[in-house]
Design a protein around this ligand. Structure first.
Ligand code: NAD
Ligand code: UFG
Length: 336
């Protein structure tokens, strides 16, 4: 099957490209390279033995999208392209609505025009806002608390409306928890520009000595050790979840709109992640506990029962292995 991956050069899209290509799907990457580098394609070629097609373009360019869908006889789309930094979304909300909401609108227009109606969308656990109960299941009320989260929620609602309007659409919104780690080759991984916002890349940079110490945001949460608890999921497990969603969309009962959590179901505290990274790397990760980060919740972890039951998918990689792969990637990355 020929599959278009918008944002396919980015962190999660590039891992999904490997998973899909390795079982014989033809992948077409479509990316404006605003948060990624074209050399990822040559790294993918080293992993796969062939280079996937890259179309350099923006998801808001409906014409180029339609042309790409036709040229490569695409039958399904995975939509990773978008902006994802919470803080930046507060400072530049219009950029987030434009890229994430308008971008998706342009994409589904192009798809409709070309008769492509299978879509897997990168959503986020952020759509749940402050948890009212744990683990978070898909029935938990949605309430986004920042422009990034609201842009994801708007897209989910737009896609749900679209599926109601036309029974031919098959749409899976995958609500990722905290993706971390890298491909076992160490050739692709998460490579944030500037100071990392997220925990794992920050710890990795402290371990290499690129940064002095980690600031642990809050030590007085109502959690076993007082630090924030999250559901970290390895990026290759996440990639497998996309394949499972794609297979599901091919089934007779898959018409309409569906939301699935992709997490492990296990929460780990910041201190547990630091300790696991120290074990994985053999390095010291100095840290200090500082004030809470505004907008953070104490704990967030998934119930992925729905994905297990309907998609037949379950995460398998454990925290230690996530850290080992992140460290391997960090060392490769640092050597470049
Ligand atoms: P990423 O920034 O590494 O990848 C996104 C890719 O999309 C980049 O290659 C970027 O160049 C491209 N892109 C951005 N805007 C575009 C546009 N207008 N047109 C074409 N290409 C564009 O991010 P990622 O971590 O791989 O995330 C992928 C998706 O998953 C995003 O939609 C993100 O919101 C979502 N998500 C990520 C996380 C996470 O923690 N990484 C968690 C939940 C959801
Ligand atoms: N943390 C620190 N120090 C840091 C960075 C993070 O202590 O330098 C802590 C946070 O306070 C939190 C935990 O580490 O307790 C995880 O923080 P991340 O920033 O890595 O992840 P978040 O859970 O805050 O958010 C991530 C993405 C969001 C997405 C959400 C759910 O950044 O975009 O997961 O998928 F919405």
């Amino acid at each position: 099957m020929s599959i278009l991956l918008t944002g396919g050069v980015g962190y999660i899209g590039s891992h999904a490209a490997v998973t899909l290509a390795q079982i014989g799907h033809k992948v077409v990457l479509y990316d404006n390279l605003s948060n990624s580098r074209a050399d990822v394609v040559s790294r993918l070629a080293r992993i796969l033995g062939h280079a996937p097609v890259l179309i350099e373009g923006d998801v808001r360019d409906t014409e180029l999208l339609a042309q790409t869908l036709r040229t490569y006889s695409v039958s399904a789309v995975m939509h990773f392209a978008g902006l994802k930094a919470v803080g930046e979304s507060v400072a530049q909300p219009l950029a987030y609505y434009d890229n994430n909401v308008t971008g998706t609108q342009c994409l589904v227009r192009a798809m409709r025009r070309c008769g492509v109606r299978k879509l897997v969308f990168s959503s986020s656990a952020t759509v749940y806002g402050e948890p009212q109960y744990l683990p978070l299941d898909e029935k938990h009320p949605t309430h986004a608390v920042n422009p990034y989260g609201r842009s994801k929620l708007h897209v989910e609602e737009m896609l749900s409306d679209l599926a109601v309007s036309d029974a031919d659409w098959r749409i899976a919104c995958l609500r990722y928890f905290n993706p971390v780690g890298a491909h076992s080759s160490g050739l692709i991984g998460e490579d944030p520009n500037g100071t990392p916002n997220n925990l794992m890349p920050y710890i990795a940079q402290v371990a290499t000595g690129r940064r002095d110490r980690l600031s642990v945001f809050g030590g007085d949460y109502d959690t076993p050790d007082g630090t924030g608890v999250r559901d970290y999921i390895h990026v290759t497990d996440l990639a497998d979840g996309h394949l499972a969603a794609l297979n599901f969309l091919g089934r007779d009962d898959a018409a309409g709109w569906h939301a699935f959590n992709l997490g492990t179901g296990t929460g780990h505290s910041v201190l547990e992640v630091i300790q696991a990274f120290e074990r994985a790397s053999g390095m010291n990760v100095p840290y200090e506990i500082v004030a809470r980060r505004p907008g953070d919740v104490a704990s967030s972890y998934a119930s992925s029962d729905k994905a297990r039951q309907i998609l037949g998918w379950q995460a398998g990689v454990r925290l230690d292995e996530m850290c080992i792969s992140a460290w391997r990637w960090q060392q490769h990355c640092a050597q470049l």
